[in-house]
Design a protein around this ligand. Structure first.
Ligand code: HEM
Length: 457
């Protein structure tokens, strides 16, 4: 690896794993605060680790070959979990992220044409416009100021989704969706813990009521969007495609319920994760100003006429490398889960039917046996000659196999276009204090937000 490019080794904040056996009480008390804190140190060094005495409560898998088996070769034996469904269904229903079998296949096929590369590139001007509006607001303040970058990035990525694949959400509804999504995710670890302990769904836990109202609010807004689009049909976005679709076997249209499930899924999956990728990338650039300068130089020489355009993106290899290194250290979706349909053997361990398997992407990306100096920020890991040696199931921010993220190209195009547009006109600085702990709440949040100093250039 080329070490000459970064002057000082930089180790950004991470999670300190427990290094000894934990009692169930300690496990769950760490888990509800931050599920990543409950993952023991052995998961960072071993290929497979189980927790639980008689029957494993959870089995963490971080071996790339075993992950390939679970997500691709034997994928039918390892479907999505009841846990995932229980935790996400109240807000996302039976949409593409949570559905299985025939229902999933139909929904995936229906949405796929929206995610063809050429189609996605046509959204670049919209992505750039949304970012330039934010930059104009920042620049109008004149001097440097501190702001919460996590919130700003959520606003931009939400605007992009609401102007591209899900047209028709107005500003006050957008605010309500963002607020409710946040409330829902804030409380989610309790629900995950309750599901792991197999508590009945109706049983109370802290935050249960506010999760329910937040889910109802989001779904109510999506219902209004659908009603409004049914009365004024047209357009070619995802909403129009869903309304016009007919099931290949029955010839029936999607029910309102199915359409709402999908629209809510895309609204959620389509902005939260990309916002987190940008938030962590800007943090890293604020902490590694030499990299920030190099990226800005790259952007300035790649942009031909003032604005970042579709053609600019392929001239930004450094920016892409930083984004990938950022998603390695801070994967926006830090954990994936599956369960076993039957008994099975994993690296010599016999596991019972219905075992909960967790692929902790966060830990996989920092595994001591897979990565040299894993906690160090080093974008040159992703130089083409180095990246070629990394197995696809060792670096997998977008998952892998048939359920791989449908929006991965959307996200990469969007994150690159937004980052490049921001760097053209703004410098990002660190306040010298805030070292945010990465917290898993379905997406990877910075604890305490992400205050950065914004200096218009
Ligand atoms: C940096 C941004 C993103 C990351 C890191 C990310 C990550 C992921 C991951 C890890 C999965 C697989 C989950 C599993 O198999 O259990 C997934 C699935 C999915 N993602 Fe993304 N995602 C991102 C952006 C997006 C965007 C922009 C969209 C839509 C516009 C999107 C829509 C979806 C959908 C619909 C699925 C479910 C696919 C299926 O099950 O067939 N994602 N994403």
């Amino acid at each position: 690896m080329n070490d000459t490019l970064t002057s000082d080794a930089f180790y950004p904040p991470t999670v300190k794993p427990p290094d000894q056996a934990q009692s169930p009480w300690r496990f769950f008390s760490r888990f509800v605060r931050n599920p990543l804190r409950a993952i023991p140190l052995s998961v960072y060094t071993e290929p497979v680790v189980s927790y639980g005495k008689k029957r494993p409560l959870v089995t963490w898998v971080t071996d790339p070959e075993l992950i390939e088996r679970i997500l691709l070769k034997d994928a039918a034996q390892f479907p999505k979990t009841a846990l995932d469904r229980r935790v996400l269904t109240p807000i996302l229903g039976d949409g593409i992220l949570t559905a299985e079998g025939e229902s999933w296949r139909w929904q995936r096929k229906l949405a796929s044409p929206m995610f063809r590369y050429a189609e996605l590139l046509s959204h670049v001007p919209t992505m750039v416009n949304a970012t330039e509006e934010l930059v104009a607001d920042w620049t109008s303040r004149g001097a440097a100021f501190s702001t919460d970058i996590e919130e700003a990035m959520t606003d931009v990525t939400f605007s992009v989704i609401a102007r591209t694949i899900l047209a028709g959400i107005d500003e006050s509804e957008a605010k309500a969706v963002k607020r409710s999504t946040r409330t829902y995710l804030d409380r989610i670890s309790w629900e995950v813990a309750a599901a792991m302990l197999r508590w009945p769904e109706a049983r109370w836990h802290p935050g249960k009521g506010s999760m329910r109202s937040a889910a109802m609010e989001v779904r109510g807004i999506v219902q209004r969007l659908l009603d409004q689009r049914r009365t004024a049909p047209g357009g070619s976005d995802l909403v129009a495609r869903m309304i016009a679709s007919r099931h290949p076997d029955t010839g029936q249209p999607m029910t309102d319920g199915e359409t709402i499930d999908n629209l809510a899924t895309f609204l959620f999956a389509g902005h939260e994760t990309t916002a987190k990728a940008l938030t962590w990338s800007l943090y890293l650039l604020a902490r590694a100003p030499d990299w920030q300068d190099r990226l800005r130089d790259e952007v300035r020489s790649a942009v031909k006429v003032q604005h970042v355009a579709a053609g600019t993106l392929e001239r930004l290899p450094l920016t892409t490398r930083v984004l990938k290194e950022s998603m390695r250290l801070y994967p926006p979706a830090p954990v994936m889960t599956r369960h076993s349909v039957d008994e099975f053997d994993l690296a010599g361990t016999r596991l019972p039917k219905s075992s909960l398997i967790v692929i902790p992407i966060f830990v996989l990306h920092r595994h001591r046996r897979l990565w040299p100096d894993p906690d160090r920020f080093e974008p040159d890991r992703f130089l083409p000659e180095n990246e070629a040696k990394i197995p696809r199931t060792q670096f997998m921010p977008f998952g892998y196999g048939p359920r791989v993220c449908i929006g991965s190209s959307f996200a990469m195009i969007e994150a690159t276009a937004i980052l490049a547009t921001l760097l053209q006109s703004v410098r990002f600085g660190w306040d010298g204090r805030h070292e945010p702990e990465p917290v898993s709440r379905v997406t990877l949040r910075p604890k305490g937000g992400m205050p950065l100093i914004v200096k218009p250039l």
